[in-house]
Design a protein around this ligand. Structure first.
Ligand code: SF4
Length: 464
């Protein structure tokens, strides 16, 4: 059986120039199960395309959210989008694949442009060959049934963990047996069926990712190749503003043996020493992190890497060890310089602790990226003042930073499926505009100190 795995063109949060890990994991499983994966990466092709087709396609989606939604639900025609999607779909060589899968995840985020882009292209491919379509990308399970109910184009949605769900889907298709005890969501006739419970897999069963070397050439045209990898999965926190499907689910680590083996294989096979780790936070399990760094050193992997981290739970010696083991940058969810807001978030850290860690990173030579969030429901003017004071006190320690306006990052959320007009109204409401203005204000403040938003790939590809 042939399985097409597609990364659709997209814009928005998380869309960095690095090949998608979820596709690489599923491609590896497809081989493992004796089938052939066909990888199509329209995201990177859109970045290197010489014509404006992809740009036009994404502009149409961005400027017509409700219309695109209605079109994809089959409730109205949308000639221009249909035409663009048809042209893009014709670029895919699906090679008679029996099932076509689309990722809707970009670095654990879910921009609606990616979802619409995937469905528009899938719709054209389905019209041509009546193939089965599945979506994946560790999407929050509570939304999966909504997707199937609203959009007849989709046949299956993989749910946590993608790898467990995918192996199960392939087995069910191979056997042709009816779908009992499923670990994915599906539509059977007109009924949507969801698993009784969601299944978390064993991290040892996550395969060594497989990347298509022909597709990597497109990435290499734009940047030095930086490969994604996951050392652990999950999160022990439950920040109310976070949309990660893994929040509050605990941490699962891969064994050190597996991590070292995978990184060594990837580094040699794809000729890169640069990695970015997708873990929610690399330092949830400090003991494991230190053993991981020691293993990288003992095994002389000599890789350079970046990771997300919580601004706590890291001593100076830990940071020095991380640097020695190849860490170039840590990206911290600082969120706010106001103690009141940090406490409201249950962030479990404080500005004093953050400042100490920033100082240790600076002394050690690890670049710190801070992520701030503004426009939270209980935020007052004084909280913004405190955040600015925090930036002013620590500007020499902050290498780069970004500012997120709360709840309007154009991610898919529950309103997106239940009331699309309300979702669109929210994006342009007075309240959202106020949040955007606040975000721009803080960005301007950061710029006064020459602090800009640089993505992971920008930073790891700089000289150090
Ligand atoms: S720590 Fe990070 S991943 Fe976990 S809930 Fe908070 S923001 Fe989300």
């Amino acid at each position: 059986m042939k399985v097409l795995l597609c990364n659709p063109p997209a814009r928005g949060p998380g869309c960095v120039v690095s090949p998608p890990l979820d596709i690489a994991n599923l491609a590896s499983i497809t081989f493992e199960m004796g089938h052939k994966p066909i990888i199509e990466d329209l995201f990177i092709k859109s970045k290197t395309a010489e014509n404006n087709l992809f740009k036009l396609f994404l502009n149409i989606i961005e400027n017509n959210i409700s219309e695109t939604y209605q079109y994809l639900c089959g409730k109205r025609p949308f000639f221009l989008l249909d035409l663009c999607a048809e042209k893009i779909a014709s670029m895919i060589n699906e090679d008679n694949a029996e099932i076509l899968g689309f990722t809707i995840n970009s670095l654990q985020q879910f921009p609606y442009t990616k979802f619409f882009s995937a469905l528009s292209i899938a719709k054209k491919l389905k019209e041509k060959n009546d193939v089965k379509i599945f979506l994946f990308g560790s999407f929050p399970p509570r939304y999966s049934a909504f997707m199937l109910k609203r959009f007849g184009i989709i046949d299956y949605v993989l749910v946590q963990d993608d790898e467990v769900s995918f192996r199960d889907l392939i087995r069910k298709i191979e056997s042709g047996k009816n779908h009992q005890k499923i670990t994915f969501c599906l539509r059977e006739k007109s009924k949507v069926i969801s698993p009784d419970k969601f299944t978390l897999g064993d991290m040892e069963d996550v395969p060594t990712p497989f990347f298509d070397k022909e597709i990597l050439k497109y990435y290499r045209k734009l940047v030095n190749l930086v490969l994604p990898y996951e050392v652990s999965r999950g999160c022990v926190n439950n920040c109310f503003f976070c949309y990660s499907p893994l929040k509050g689910m605990g941490i699962r680590n891969k064994s050190l043996r597996k991590v070292v083996e995978d990184l060594s294989i990837l580094s040699k096979k794809y000729k890169t020493k640069k990695f970015h780790f997708l873990d929610s936070e690399i330092n949830f399990d400090r003991k494991y992190l230190l053993s991981f760094c020691k293993s990288l050193l003992e095994n002389k992997l000599e890789i350079k890497w970046t990771a997300l981290a919580i601004p706590k739970n890291l001593g100076k010696a830990d940071i020095e060890l991380m640097k020695e083991a190849g860490c170039v940058q840590l990206r911290f969810g600082a969120e706010s310089g106001s103690e009141r807001i940090l406490a409201r978030m249950d962030k479990n850290t404080n500005t004093k602790e953050m400042e100490r860690i920033l100082k240790d990173c600076k002394k050690t030579g690890i670049k710190s990226h801070l992520s701030f969030i503004v426009g939270l429901p209980e935020e007052k003017e004084n909280d913004m003042v405190k955040t600015k004071e925090f930036v002013s006190r620590n500007h020499e320690l902050i290498y780069s930073a970004n500012v997120c306006p709360y709840n309007i990052l154009k991610h898919i959320d529950l309103t997106f499926f239940s009331d699309i007009d309300n979702y669109v109204r929210n994006l342009v409401s007075k309240d959202s505009i106020k949040k955007l203005i606040k975000a721009r204000e803080l960005e301007r403040y950061l710029k006064q100190f020459n602090i800009y938003s640089l993505d992971i790939i920008d930073v790891i590809n700089q000289k150090y």
